[in-house]
Design a protein around this ligand. Structure first.
Ligand SMILES: *Cc1c(COP(=O)(O)O)cnc(C)c1O
Length: 383
């Protein structure tokens, strides 16, 4: 950027204010800065926001997904299904436990996992639908499969599926969120898993802390004394700190406003780009009765890879931090080479990838910023 030019616009950015900083500082002065009371307070407030019975906080969204895959019983050789258009963690979580990765293509109308194609896969142990960009994925066709459903809702905090919050009752067996700074709200690093099921919640909590349980109700003993605990399975240290949760509590208070702001910005993008539909396809909208969370605002260029490349480079040169979400996972050398994933079996994902570009989308974006982005998109398309 040249000095005095327009400010660099990232594709996503956190909102942290003086009150957030004060809340974190106060938590740091407490007696317990981890494994203390703020973690539970944050979990209760988060559970209330999505209407869930249980919310279990983790050190990252990836850790929450790993915990969820463990909780639903993924083990060696179990088939784990997700779509290629997602972040690696959606599939890695099952593979960490010895699961076998099975990719299933996206539906070009939603850019989410095609639930009918996924439901036709035999003997899946876990299906991980991703509510991509913040659009609630259709879970209904997956329910009759016998597979456990772990929704990757890293993009979808604040979304409504048929009027009900993603992560609450009527959703997946376990729903996982990310609290990374580019997501809807942040704790720095952090994640959350929500469930209606008491046993799954207990398994998530145990996994988060080494596989250790305490208390007479869950430890058969023999009980040697008040210090007694048992490591009953193999878990990890996936805990989040109290000062991160102090930030999370503050962020949660503003979350609903941010989701509405993202929706308003998306509406502005849609209006400004509406008459260019032949060159730029707009992202799939939420169906009636549902609400998009708009973690991302992805447009798709009709000209495919060469046009997207020109737009990416041109917008970056103009100080606009566009991104590409995502390079299809089946193309990653790890999955391609280690698992012999067929390279030409996911045509909708490849076609999506060829033209996709994420435009800036975060609550601090102004209407003038959106106009600037759209003007630059048009200028580059006209070149
Ligand atoms: C961000 C993200 C994750 C992982 O979350 P972290 O908190 O970064 O570990 C998982 N899945 C998707 C789709 C994501 O976007």
């Amino acid at each position: 950027m040249s000095a005095g030019g327009p400010a660099f616009l990232p594709y996503g950015r956190q909102e942290v204010d003086a009150g957030d900083v004060a809340a974190v500082a106060e938590a740091l002065r407490g007696d317990l800065i981890t494994q203390g009371p703020v973690v539970e307070r944050f979990e209760r407030a988060f559970a209330e926001y999505v209407g869930a019975r249980h919310a279990v906080a983790f050190s990252s969204g990836t850790a929450a997904l790993h915990g969820a895959a463990h909780a639903v019983g993924v083990g060696p050789g179990d088939r784990c299904v997700t779509a290629p258009i997602t972040f690696a963690a959606s599939m890695n979580c099952g593979v960490y436990l010895g699961g076998t990765p099975i990719f299933s293509d996206i539906d070009p109308a939603t850019w989410c996992l095609d639930p009918h194609a996924a439901a036709a896969i035999e003997d899946a142990r876990m299906i991980v639908p991703v509510s991509f960009a913040g659009l609630p994925a259709d879970l209904e066709p997956l329910r009759a499969t016998g597979a456990r459903i772990v929704e990757d809702a890293a993009h979808a905090l604040g979304a409504l599926r048929d009027g009900r919050p993603v992560g609450g009752p009527g959703g997946a067996d376990v729903t996982c969120f990310s609290l990374h700074p580019v997501k809807a709200m942040t704790t720095g690093e952090g994640g959350m898993a929500t469930t209606e099921d008491d046993e799954l919640a207990e398994r998530l909590r145990t996994f988060r802390t080494h596989g250790i349980r305490r208390g007479a109700a869950t430890t058969p003993g023999p009980h040697d004394g008040a210090w007694y605990y048992e490591q009953q399975e193999l878990g990890f240290n996936y805990r989040i700190t109290d000062f991160q949760c102090a930030l999370g509590l503050r962020q949660l208070e503003r979350l609903e406003g941010w989701v509405l702001r993202r929706n308003a910005l998306a509406e502005q993008y849609r209006e400004l780009l509406a008459d260019d539909a032949e060159r730029v396809a707009l992202p799939p909208a939420a169906p009636a009765g549902s609400r998009h969370a708009h973690h991302l605002f992805v447009v798709h260029f009709a000209g495919g890879a060469p046009v997207r490349r020109r737009l990416f480079d041109g917008l970056r040169a103009a100080g606009i931090g566009v991104q590409v979400h995502y390079i299809p996972l089946h193309r990653m050398p790890y999955y391609r080479d280690t698992w012999d994933v067929p390279q030409d079996a996911f045509g909708h994902s490849d076609a999506y990838y060829a033209g996709a570009l994420s435009l800036p989308m975060f609550p601090g974006l102004t209407e003038d910023d959106v106009v600037r982005v759209v003007d630059d998109v048009r200028r580059l398309l006209d070149e």
